[in-house]
Design a protein around this ligand. Structure first.
Ligand SMILES: [Zn+2]
Length: 264
């Protein structure tokens, strides 16, 4: 029963956080202050509190503004539900003790949850922002790097592994940046590499990088075939990097172990 309640609590927290993530992405793009009152993007009328309940309001309103009937972006419920599931997974992982980094002691599990929850906020923002607006804003990637370093030091992660991860992944993108004179990757990708490397260390950082390329290849194909992108258009690689990082954060040790089991 306690486990069930813990998962429900984590999921509700995730759904509410998803609401904040949606608002942050769309308000940052529109240049609006983050803490302003919610308004319809079409009729600019303030939205009542009872129409702002995450997930529920979208379905009760059938995806339309109560006043002007303009369509509400489906990004809202999708991100809210996804973050609810994500937070529940972070909690479940701790409850089951699956794939917990070896440097985490029993009393640090709460801090691990906070780190992963907080980091996933930045990663989902980057995921959405690059997908929709083709840029990884520094105002999200740099604070995330600082948070990762602070949390990992607090949790006693190996400094060596962290530095090696940052060097390997940050270096990987820096090299491509230098060779192509900024044509293949941008500065945002270098900062994403640092974030992933510091967060996951080695070898998990490499797992996430590999996963990002696999997701990128599949995702790029799906976007192309479905007509969402043309062959010439920008591939939102930051989206795949952020997605791969979240997957590795949860399933990385399991992926790595099953891969190693195949080898031996
Ligand atoms: Zn409206």
């Amino acid at each position: 029963m306690t486990i069930f309640l813990t998962l429900i609590f984590a999921a509700v927290l995730g759904v509410l956080t998803g609401s904040i993530v949606n608002a942050t992405v769309l308000r940052t793009k529109a240049g609006l202050p983050l803490m302003s009152r919610a308004k319809c993007l079409s009729c600019v009328e303030p939205i009542h509190w009872f129409d702002l309940i995450p997930v529920l309001s979208y379905f009760l309103l059938k995806g339309r503004c109560r006043r002007c009937s303009a369509a509400i972006e489906w990004q809202y419920p999708v991100v809210e539900i996804a973050m609810g599931l994500l937070f529940a997974l972070f909690a479940l992982r701790i409850i089951l003790g699956l794939g917990i980094p070896s440097y985490i002691t029993g009393s640090e599990q709460g801090i691990l949850f906070i780190r992963d929850a907080l980091l996933s906020v930045f990663l989902v923002i980057i995921f959405l922002y690059d997908f929709r607006f083709s840029v990884i804003p520094d105002k999200f990637s740099i604070p995330a790097i600082i948070l990762v370093v602070l949390f990992n030091c607090l949790l006693g992660a190996s400094t060596f592994s962290m530095l090696l991860g940052g060097l390997a992944l940050g270096g990987f993108f820096s090299l491509q940046f230098l060779v192509s004179r900024g044509q293949w990757v941008g500065g945002g990708d270098i900062r994403m590499g640092l974030l992933m490397g510091f967060l996951l260390g080695l070898p998990l950082g490499l797992v996430s990088l590999f996963l990002a390329y696999v997701l990128g290849a599949f995702g790029g194909l799906v976007l192309l075939v479905s007509g969402h992108r043309s062959p010439q258009s920008h591939v939102p690689f930051g989206t795949f990097l952020a997605g791969a990082t979240i997957i590795t954060l949860i399933f990385g040790p399991l992926i790595l172990n099953s891969y190693l089991a195949l080898l031996y």
